[in-house]
Design a protein around this ligand. Sequence first.
Ligand SMILES: Nc1ncnc2c1ncn2[C@@H]1O[C@H](COP(=O)(O)OP(=O)(O)OP(=O)(O)O)[C@@H](O)[C@H]1O
Ligand SMILES: O=P(O)(O)OC[C@H]1O[C@H](OP(=O)(O)OP(=O)(O)O)[C@H](O)[C@@H]1O
Ligand SMILES: O=C(O)c1cccnc1
Ligand SMILES: [Mg+2]
Length: 496
Amino acid sequence: MNPAPLSGLYAPSLALITDLYQLTMAYGYWQQGLQDREAVFHLYFRKAPFQGGYAVAAGLALAVDWLENLRFSDDDLAYLGSLRGSKGTPLFPPDFLAYLRDLKFTCDVDAVPEGTVVFGNEPLLRIQGPLLQAQLLETALLTLVNFQTLIATKAARIREAAGPHDQILEFGLRRAQGFDGGLGASRAAYLGGADATSNVLAGQRYGLPVRGTHAHSWVMSFADEEQAFTAYAQAFPDDSVFLVDTYDTLDGVRHAIEVARKMRAQGHELGGIRLDSGDLAYLSREARALLDEAGFDKVRIVASNDLEENLITSLKQQGARIDTWGVGTQLVTAYNQAALGGVYKLAALRTADGTGWDFTIKLSEQIAKTSVPGILQVRRYLDEQGHPRADMLYNTAVPLPERLVLVDPNDATRRRPVRPGAPFRELLEPVFCQGRRVLDLPTLAESRALAQREVASLDPAVRRFLNPHTYPVGLELSLYDYRTQLILAKRPQRPA
Ligand SMILES: Nc1ncnc2c1ncn2[C@@H]1O[C@H](COP(=O)(O)OP(=O)(O)OP(=O)(O)O)[C@@H](O)[C@H]1O
Ligand SMILES: O=P(O)(O)OC[C@H]1O[C@H](OP(=O)(O)OP(=O)(O)O)[C@H](O)[C@@H]1O
Ligand SMILES: O=C(O)c1cccnc1
Ligand SMILES: [Mg+2]
C-alpha cells in the first residue's frame, strides 16, 4: 500500500483524477508525434471570489504531492485499455498504454507560494514541459488549486472580520462536500486564518490543531445542565467548554458558573462557554457580564450558528462579546460562491525547429476572458513600507524594455509608468526543474503566517467586503501591444 497521499482519501493511484479529454488529447499528441513539443501553460483565475478584492493562493503543497506520486498503475492502464469507442474498438491502443506506463514527469513548475495574496489574471502556477505531460496535468491542478484557494480566501475574510486576536474554529465537516471536501476545506481554512479544526482526520493528516466543545445531546443525556457540565468537567477538568443554550441560555450560563466555581475549588479553570442560538450579540454581552461578575473574566465566549464574515462584522458592531468564532457550513462550502473559476491556458509553444517560441492566445468575445500569451512572471511593486502597490505581468521570454509601463488589460487607457528603481518581488518561484523538485515547501503553519502578513499588507480599501477597491494588475506595455497584435492577427476581419 502506498503512503496515503496528501491530496486524496481513496485511491492508491490518482493518475485517473482527470477529465477523459486530457487522455484523448494525450493519445492524439502522441500519435501526431507532438508529445514532446515544449509547451507553457498558466493556471489563473479571472476574478477574485466573493466579490472581494483579493484571493489567498493555496493548494500548491497538494499539487506537489500529487505530481510527485503521479504514475499510471497497472490497474489504471487496464481500465484505460478497457475503454471502448462508439464502434466498440479500444479508445487507447496497447502501445500508447505502454507509453503511459513508462511516462516520467519532466516538467518545470513555477508557482506562487501558498499564502500569497493574488489577483485576477495572475498565474498561480506556470507549467513548462512536453506538451502531452503539461496538458495532462490540467484538471487535477485546477481541482486542487481552485478549491484550496477558494476556501483559504473565505477563511481570510472571516479572519478579517474577527480581527487578529479572536480565535476561529472551523466546525464544517458535517456540512462539507463529502469526505475529501471536508478534509481539504479544513486544511485551506487553517491556511487562510482559522486557528483550529474539529476535523480529526485533518488534524492527523495535516498536523492542524484540533479543538471542540460538546453537543446539545450531551446536556440532554443528563438529568439537568449542572450534572451534564459537572460530568464533562470530570472528563476534561482543564479543557472544558460548556454549551449553554440547550434550554435557556442565560440560565445555562449561571449553571456553567456554578460548575466553574466547583472546578476552581479543585484547582481547575473553565475554558469557555458556547452560544449556538438566539441573539448572539445580546446573549454574549449578558453572558460576559455574568461571568465577569462571578470572577470568571478569563472564561471565553464561543459562538456558532451559521456564522460568516458579514454576520461576524455585524455582531462586532453590535458590541457582541464573542472572542471565539465556530464557523462551519459557510466556510467549508464557500457558501456564497460555489467555485473559484480558475483556468489553465496554453500560452507558448516551441516553434517546429525548436529554436524559438510561438506565443499562443485564446480569443473571447469578452476581452477580460482573452488569455495572455508568453512565458509569464508576476512582478509585485512595493511602496517604501513594503506594501504592494501594483502588479505587472510580463513575458520572460523577451527582453524587458528600459522604461516600464503597466497597462490595464481591460482598459488600455489606464496606464501607470513604473518609477525607476521601484522595489519589487517576483511571485512565481521554481518548484520543479525538469521533473525534479527544487523547492522545500514551507510548513502549513508557515504558509498560514505568510497569509496573515500578506492580507495585512494590503490597503484596507482592497480588503473591505463591500465594493472593494480594485488592486492594479497591469500588462507590461510591450506585452500588451504584442497581445493586441496577436488578437488582430487571429480574429477574422470581416468587412462592414
Ligand atoms: N445579533 C444578531 N445580529 C444578526 N444576526 C444574528 C444575531 N444573533 C444571531 N444571529 C444570526 O441569526 C441567525 C438565527 O438563525 P436561527 O433563527 O436559525 O437561529 P436560532 O433559532 O437562534 O437557533 P436554533 O435554530 O439553532 O435554535 C443565525 O445565522 C445567527 O448567527
Ligand atoms: O452553523 P455552522 O457554521 O455550520 O457550525 C456548525 C454547527 O454544527 C453544530 O450544530 P448543528 O448545525 O449540527 O445543529 P443545530 O441545528 O443545533 O445548530 C454546531 O452547534 C453549529 O451550529
Ligand atoms: O466542537 C464543537 O463545538 C462543534 C464541532 C462540530 C460542529 N459544531 C460544533
Ligand atoms: Mg446549526
